[in-house]
Design a binder for this molecule. Structure first.
Ligand SMILES: C[S@@+](CC[C@H](N)C(=O)[O-])C[C@H]1O[C@@H](n2cnc3c(N)ncnc32)[C@H](O)[C@@H]1O
Length: 236
């Protein structure tokens, strides 16, 4: 993939590439209408197109990111429809077969979200969930029957809560991949503050990147995986 990442636009990292790998393995992607929420450079929008999506829509709050996503689509032969706006707001009632998102999920000092600057790409309120919660609550209204949401977050901001919200929205949700590693530089810089707030155990300097797949049942009927409750206690 060829990518131009202008100053001020989030440079793709390990979480981006973990989701890109999942897109390539996603059975719903060939011929799909795909949506990349919080697109940044458009890396995941391009990955969706390369994996076989028929149309790709990319949303970001940053004008510069939307432009980057369009340019990167062109560079890679993927027509990306870039839209500026707040999460699902610019989409009206449109529904998609695949929604992918690597949203901001870093716990911040305040619940006031930055409306510009580099922090907008990662700050997500005091618990890191400001965007994740809205995506988990809103996805069902933008998925077609049988459609899937692929969402990534850190273990530090509560995986169980995300699964609960998705299930409340009648989606079948499960963790499909986790990768443990050292805290990224942004989280590491906030480690002491996060320890004081109980989001990190004392001395803990690792996190897991956790990818969640949530599926809208084909007939709109909820199925519950029998072993899901048993897996829960291991998650955070
Ligand atoms: C962590 S970056 C991810 C970028 C890209 N998806 C990737 O994986 O490389 C998060 C992106 O979300 C965007 N963003 C922040 N708040 C948003 C909102 N309310 N609606 C849409 N996009 C938002 C930021 O501008 C940033 O580009």
């Amino acid at each position: 993939m060829r990518l131009v990442v202008p100053p001020g636009v989030f440079r793709p990292r390990s979480d981006t590439w973990m989701l890109a790998g999942l897109l390539h393995r996603e059975q719903r992607i060939p011929g799909a209408h795909a949506l990349d929420l919080c697109t940044g450079s458009g890396a995941l929008a391009v990955a969706a197109g390369q994996a076989g999506a028929r149309t790709v829509t990319a949303v970001d709050a940053s004008r510069r990111a939307v432009l980057a996503a369009r340019v990167n689509g062109l560079l890679n032969g993927v027509p990306v429809r870039g839209v500026r706006g707040d999460l699902f707001a610019p989409l009206g009632g449109r529904r998609f077969d695949v929604i992918v998102s690597n949203p901001p999920y870093l716990p911040a000092a305040s619940d006031v979200l930055p409306d510009d600057g580099p922090e907008r790409a990662w700050d997500a309120g005091v618990d890191g969930r400001a965007l994740i919660d809205r995506i988990a609550e809103g996805a069902a209204s933008h998925l077609r029957p049988g459609g899937v949401l692929l969402l990534i977050q850190s273990s530090i901001c509560g995986v169980v809560r995300t699964l609960e919200l998705l299930e409340q929205a009648k989606l079948d949700a499960e963790v499909v991949e986790r990768r443990r590693g050292p805290l990224g530089p942004l989280l590491a810089a906030r480690a002491q503050e996060l320890e004081q707030r109980g989001l990190l155990a004392l001395g803990e300097r690792e996190e897991e990147l956790v990818a969640i797949r949530a599926r809208m049942p084909a007939g709109g009927v909820r199925r519950v995986a029998p072993d899901r409750a048993a897996r829960r206690p291991a998650l955070r």
